[in-house]
Write a new protein. Structure first.
Length: 98
């Protein structure tokens, strides 16, 4: 999992995207990208907002965010006391779990 892009939301939280997540967003219409990024930004709130579920079968506490027919796989980590929201993958609900 290569982290390719990061965005600073505030002094205490950053959003980082993997190559797979960036690739998905690059191939989507602008309207879809804006909708997904708006939902991702709500994950930085305390408590996070959205339709969030913990994914079973993973020991690294991965979660998924439901945005219509799209799914965002993510997890929270920390680096040097800064909270990191790592976007692992984004995709259609039928294809994301394969």
């Amino acid at each position: 999992m290569t982290i390719i892009k990061q965005r600073v939301v505030s002094n205490s939280c950053q959003i980082k995207y993997t190559r797979d997540a960036i690739k998905f967003l690059d191939n989507q219409p602008k309207k879809t990208v804006m909708r997904i990024r708006q939902a991702i930004s709500k994950l930085t709130l305390n408590p996070p907002e959205g339709d969030i579920s913990v994914m079973k079968g993973y020991s690294d506490n991965r979660k998924r965010l439901h945005i219509g027919s799209w799914r965002v796989i993510f997890k929270y980590t920390t680096e040097n006391q800064i909270e990191i929201l790592l976007i692992i993958d984004i995709g259609n609900r039928g294809d994301i779990y394969k």
